[in-house]
Design a protein around this ligand. Structure first.
Ligand SMILES: Nc1ncnc2c1ncn2[C@@H]1O[C@H](COP(=O)(O)OP(=O)(O)OP(=O)(O)O)[C@@H](O)[C@H]1O
Ligand SMILES: [Mg+2]
Length: 314
């Protein structure tokens, strides 16, 4: 079986996720190469702070979109969440200051301190905002995302909720301010801080709409036939479903091939078969693709392309 449906024109965003070390980066790179070779203008994106796309593709990639040499339709970017956050703060500094200034009793120093504080999860949030902005720009047919190991990826998906809560609190504070201004001045004229909140609200809606739209977005789970990986996979699929992100396909990677087995490999494969059976039982509604363990690391565009052509399909 192969991972199917990737060439569907409506499908824009394809995310690969799973436990650490199971082959997320490899699968995302293979899928991106497959798409690029099938004439889809593809952007391969990494949101893992421990970026490894450069190692996987064997080409230097950075935090700017870069066309991959030798593959016409493939570009890649390793998003720096830290940079995305500081860009956001610079871009909206006036609006953020105005919000705090008009809605709280904080003075300038307090506001400076707040804007300088590290906010837990904000880096993932900004990483996601960058992806959404890229999709909005619409320069590519497909956006393939190599996510960081499970916990990180799931935090990424709580982004809309987190941002929505934040906007709600801010809007409430603004509303009080608005009420006061109206009481005293008789009339309230919305300013740039109101516009900012409105545009954040729209961003939340857009992201939620995209993530939950099965035609436009697909989350492919990668796992390996091992006990701990299965347990983590179960938790991940459950969490994704809770966010109403439907998982339809799964990759079981590193499966020892049937042919030419020595007794050591045979014993390993028997152990794997038990877990493969367990995965098939637990995820019977998913399209499951087995990718065999290769004799060598899967690195560089040629090796990735070969795997991509074998295990990914239109
Ligand atoms: N089917 C395979 N056969 C042989 N080697 C593989 C296979 N799949 C992946 N690898 C190798 O295993 C290593 C880990 O794969 P990869 O980096 O894709 O995992 P990952 O899930 O992205 O890891 P991390 O959680 O650290 O980001 C890489 O060196 C890769 O080349
Ligand atoms: Mg990786």
């Amino acid at each position: 079986m192969a991972i199917t449906g990737l060439l569907e024109p409506s499908l824009k965003l394809i995310l690969f996720g799973g436990k650490g070390g199971v082959g997320k980066t490899t699968c995302a790179s293979c899928a991106a190469l497959y798409l690029a070779n099938n004439n889809k203008n593809t952007l391969l994106i990494s949101t893992d702070p421990a970026h490894s796309l450069s190692d996987s593709l064997g080409k230097e990639i950075g935090d700017e979109i870069k066309q991959i040499e030798g593959v016409d339709k493939l570009s890649a970017i390793e998003i720096s969440a830290e940079k995305a956050l500081s860009k956001f703060k610079i871009e909206y500094e006036d609006e953020l200051r105005r919000l705090f200034d008009t809605s709280t009793y904080l003075d300038k120093e307090d506001i400076d301190a707040i804007l300088g504080l590290p906010i837990p999860g904000i880096d993932e949030v900004m990483g996601f905002k960058t992806i959404v902005d890229l999709i909005e720009e619409g320069k590519f047919d497909k956006y393939v995302v190599d996510t960081a190991p499970t916990g990180h990826a799931l935090r990424l998906l709580t982004f809309p909720e987190l941002l929505d809560d934040w906007v709600k609190v801010m809007a409430k504070m603004r509303w009080k301010y608005r009420y006061m201004v109206t009481s005293f001045a008789g009339k309230y004229k919305p300013d740039s801080a109101d516009d900012f909140l409105m545009s954040m609200k729209k961003t939340v809606k857009k992201i939620e709409g995209l993530l939950k739209d099965q035609n436009r977005c697909e989350f492919i789970v990668v796992t390996i036939p091992e006990d701990m990986a299965i347990k983590e996979t179960e938790r991940m699929v459950k969490s994704l479903n809770q966010y109403r992100i439907k998982v339809k396909q799964m990759v079981i990677n590193n499966v020892i091939p049937e042919e030419g087995r020595c007794s050591f490999c045979q014993a390993r494969r028997e152990g794997q078969d038990k877990y493969i059976g367990e995965i098939r039982g637990k995820f019977s509604d998913l399209n499951i693709t087995i990718i065999p363990l290769q004799p060598h690391e899967v690195k560089g565009t040629d090796a990735l392309k070969n795997i991509g052509n074998m295990f990914f399909a239109g």
